[in-house]
Ligand binder design. Structure first.
Ligand code: PFF
Length: 495
């Protein structure tokens, strides 16, 4: 019998990790990033980012997680007894992602229903911003509660709770084995259909038309590295936690390759689908693809419904399938965002998995109600920018340094090599994780900060201060609360 926090098989681990990686970032972020950063030429920095950062970093995170077989906060405390604060920072930041992801999941749930009868009407833009979100730019919008969104968000929280509060394999393991393959199958159907649409080739030509001159631009390299950090959920304590749940015989290097490959295959596939559909729309409406293309909520909740409006009968099949894909992708990612904090709490306060998950879901659901108000959409944008561009990347740099230098990545080499049938780690890997990675990620981080400072509004600044304060205070509380576990500072090591 698997322990409450142990995968039943290697397959559960791989599929859960793919579920975490394949998310909204693959569907709504990547196609746009590829298009706006040189099209086909983007593949060069993209592949370099995977080889130089994605794979080496995942191996490091998995190796250290496997070694400690305990939560992120506990392992950091063991690595250095004065650094427990750092050990709570990332799990809390990732939990904050969970809270706003639940809003997007809620919106998408509403669209699954709407798509059966094109309930967004003739003007999807007005429907999304004015009718559904009732968006307001004013802080006072926070007082205007939108019950429909709240109900769908709460449905999402109940689903998350239902899966997460069970033992790991009975809940997340089983669900990943079912939903992740389903997600890939539905995606193949959608993309297959999209490619047959008239005009698809216009979109694809536009997407892949390479702009080689951009290769000399610093921004496209930064975009590639930023995309890989986000898309692979790198350095976010998720991969660490998932590896700590593995049995003793895991081949982590081969798993890493499988996960990175599946994630890239999915996002490139998604790009084919998105651009075929944009090509079709461009042909129907006479609008250039470049004017239709966008990312994020605009793509999913405005451009796609607009396309479905001109697609005739097929829209009633493709629409529900599309919104279901987004839901599944979002769900399998959001499930991973609760694990690092939950496991750390279980370890420090000797609480059961069931109790911890129940408490976290209730707290998360309550806080998430901020997003079910008229000001919610704006808050979501601000929090997303802050967490992704500033807080998480900072955590990622710290994690990389702590793992590679303080823990000493050298310790992992013999062990990893004795297990793997694929690539063997050597000096090259140490150079990457100790020198290249911290430098490259620091550059991406500084670039993101400059972007926020240059383009951020006053509201962005205020929201950043509030979110940062909440993050730091929550981290501090978890750190100073006395441990109930007598062995809190004695993480066992496997290697
Ligand atoms: N990797 C997910 C995606 O590409 O959508 C996003 C994500 C999940 C980011 C979990 C961060 C995270 F903690």
């Amino acid at each position: 019998m698997a322990d409450k926090n142990e995968w039943g098989s290697n397959l559960s681990f791989i599929l859960a990790m793919i579920g975490s990686a394949v998310g909204l970032g693959n569907i709504w972020r990547y196609p746009y990033v590829l298009y706006s950063n040189g099209g086909g030429a983007f593949y060069i920095p993209y592949i370099v980012a995977i080889l130089l950062m994605g794979i080496p970093f995942l191996i490091l995170e998995y190796g250290v997680g496997y070694n400690f077989k305990s939560s992120f906060a506990k392992a950091i405390k063991k690595i250095h007894h004065k650094w427990e604060y750092l050990g709570w920072f990332l799990p809390v930041a990732v939990f904050m992602i969970m809270i706003y992801y639940s809003a997007i999941l809620g919106w998408d749930g509403i669209y699954i229903i709407l798509s059966f009868f094109k309930g967004w009407g003739a003007d999807p833009n007005t429907y999304f911003t004015a009718t559904l979100l009732q968006s307001s730019d004013s802080y006072l919008g926070i007082l205007h509660f939108i019950p429909l969104i709240a109900v769908f968000m709460l449905v999402g929280w109940v689903i998350i709770w239902f899966i997460s509060h069970r033992d790991l394999e009975a809940g997340l393991g089983k669900v990943s084995k079912l939903l992740v393959p389903l997600l890939f199958i539905i995606m193949v159907v959608i993309v297959g259909f999209s490619l047959t649409l008239p005009g698809a080739s216009i979109g694809l030509a536009e997407l892949f038309h390479p702009d080689w001159s951009l290769l000399t631009h610093f921004e496209i390299w930064m975009a590639a590295f930023g995309q890989i950090v986000f898309s692979l959920s790198l350095g976010m304590s998720i991969a660490f936690t998932y590896a700590s749940y593995t049995k003793d015989d895991a081949d982590l290097v081969t798993n890493t390759l499988a996960i990175a490959l599946a994630n890239s295959a999915f996002e490139n596939f998604a790009a084919l689908g998105v651009f075929s559909i944009l090509g079709y729309m461009s042909m129907q409406s006479g609008t250039a693809v470049s004017e239709l293309v966008t990312q994020g909520t605009g793509l999913v909740f405005i451009v796609y419904p607009t396309v479905f409006n001109v697609l005739g009968q097929w829209a009633y099949v493709l629409g529900p399938l599309f919104f279901l894909t987004v839901y599944l992708a979002g769900l399998t990612s959001i499930l991973s965002t609760i694990e690092p904090l939950s496991f750390s709490i279980q370890n420090k306060f000797t609480l059961s998995r069931k109790k911890t998950m129940t408490i976290l879901c209730i707290v998360g659901a309550l806080i998430s109600m901020v997003y079910a108000t008229s000001f919610g959409g704006s808050v979501l944008g601000f929090v997303d920018t802050f967490i992704n561009q500033i807080a998480l990347l900072f955590g990622v740099i710290v994690e990389c340094i702590v793992f590679a230098w303080i823990f000493e990545a050298e310790k992992l080499i013999d062990f990893m090599n004795s297990r793997t049938k694929t690539i063997k780690l050597g000096k090259w890997w140490l150079i990457i994780v100790k020198y290249i990675l911290p430098i490259v990620i620091s550059i991406v981080w500084v670039g993101g900060m400059i972007d926020v400072i240059n383009n951020g509004s006053m509201d962005q600044l205020n929201s950043t201060i509030v979110t940062a304060a909440l993050l730091l205070i929550a981290t501090l509380i978890f750190t100073v609360l006395p441990a109930k576990n007598k062995d809190w500072d004695k993480a066992e090591e496997r290697i």
